[in-house]
Write a protein that binds this ligand. Structure first.
Ligand SMILES: *Cc1c(COP(=O)(O)O)cnc(C)c1O
Length: 391
């Protein structure tokens, strides 16, 4: 592995603080490094490998599609694209879908829908998108502007104008916004910011305000969507009808894919030439997404209970370094005691054979594959308990 690290050091831009491991293969919820050591995967490549690694149904679907037709561009129709669109609109209850490649690109599209919707009705002076402090919406210059964390607003200015941030849960701050707003963009559970679920009552108030003022409600479900929280989309258990819902990470079980769904109000906003992307919705990625949805359909009803049991098990460990858990389904934040550094604990857990993520300032973040079984959960928790209880 040392040789791989050195090649990276010599040739790859140092934009990531990588953990010291090179993985070479995965099977189910286990990863194997270059020395063939096994690790339990509680990270899913940041919520992407929702069906685990090398799932036979997924592998078969992707291999078959790769050998048939990988890409044709959006100048033509493809059968997997139509089938996936019908499937996603049915399971979300929304009307139309646009296929893109990543979470940031999906959010860019949602922002464009909101601005055009408003421009068509009210002209150019109503273009501000309000987002929440602590949010994360991506790494493009526009989605960085949307992201409500000051650390992301350095180095790369000028950022796209037309974004303001309000504290999550502070309805009055939103209601007091001036008359230049076209949309509110929010994550139902803030992921990168620390796994902070928004209060359901607050979200319903926001949805009602959006209706009243004819602002679009944009839900960034790049992390929460496609089953992660135990619903296909987190908005479905909040009692709201968003106008645009973005998704990405878990949709295609590991291939780069994202997009946005529009509800009835926004479905007719974009027309020919208004938006496009070369790689969006390739037959290969659509086949991977269809296989992913097939695999997840029977698994989905058990995800909330699985997550609750995992959190209960952590609580029962009584670890002094753990102050609590938060989240929904298999999107779990484990809050560490003041003074503990999540990154250091993630590295210790990795060395002990458990892959986890961090979130915000104080939390470890667990995003295991949604297909994880009780045995792999137990094996991962044993490493978690032994490591967090040591030192
Ligand atoms: C990861 C993430 C993004 C960015 O997705 P990319 O695919 O990295 O561009 C945007 N929003 C949320 C909520 C995310 O978790």
């Amino acid at each position: 592995m040392q040789q791989i690290f050195e090649t990276y050091a010599a040739h790859v831009l140092p934009t990531y603080g990588r953990f010291p491991v090179a993985f070479v293969r995965g099977a189910g919820c286990r990863l194997y490094d270059a020395a063939d050591r096994a690790y339990i995967d509680f990270a899913s490549g940041i919520g992407v490998n929702s069906v685990g690694h090398a799932h036979p149904v997924w592998v078969e679907a992707v291999a078959r599609q790769a050998a048939t037709l990988t890409h044709v561009s959006n100048l033509y129709y493809s059968e997997p694209g139509g089938r996936l669109a019908a499937r996603l609109t049915a399971l979300s209850g929304l009307r139309g879908v646009f296929f893109a490649n990543s979470g940031a690109e999906a959010n860019e599209g949602a922002i464009k829908v909101a601005r055009k919707y408003s421009h068509d009705r009210y002209g150019p002076d109503r273009s501000t998108v309000v987002t929440l402090s602590g949010s994360f919406h991506g790494r493009t210059v526009t989605t960085l502007a949307a992201t409500g964390q000051e650390v992301f607003h350095r180095h790369f200015g000028p950022f796209t104008a037309g974004f303001r941030h309000v504290p999550p849960g502070d309805f009055e701050a939103l209601a007091a916004q001036p008359d230049d707003v076209c949309a509110v963009l929010l994550e139902p559970i803030q992921g990168e910011g620390g796994v902070w679920p928004l209060d359901g009552g607050y979200v319903r108030q926001v949805a009602a305000l959006c209706r009243e003022r004819d602002w679009l409600l944009l839900c960034d479900e790049v992390q929460t969507g496609i089953g992660r929280t135990g619903d296909w989309f987190a908005f479905q258990s909040l009692g709201i009808e968003p106008d645009v819902v973005t998704f990405a990470k878990g949709i295609a079980g590991g291939l780069p894919f994202g997009g946005f769904l529009t509800g009835a109000r926004a479905a007719d906003t974009l027309g020919p030439g208004d938006h496009a992307t070369t790689f969006g919705g390739t037959p290969l990625c659509c086949a991977a997404a269809l296989a992913t949805l097939d695999i997840l359909t029977p698994v989905l009803p058990g995800i909330k209970a699985k997550g609750a049991a995992l959190r209960q098990a952590i609580a029962e460990m009584g670890l002094p370094r753990v102050t609590g858990t938060r989240g929904a389904g298999l999107m779990i934040g484990v809050a560490l005691a003041p003074g503990e550094t999540p990154r250091d604990w993630a590295e210790r857990l990795l060395r002990a054979g458990l892959v986890v993520l961090t979130a915000g300032q104080d939390a470890l973040r667990l995003l295991p594959p949604l297909v994880i079984g009780d045995d792999d959960i137990a094996a991962g928790l044993a490493i978690f308990q032994a490591t967090l209880g040591r030192y």
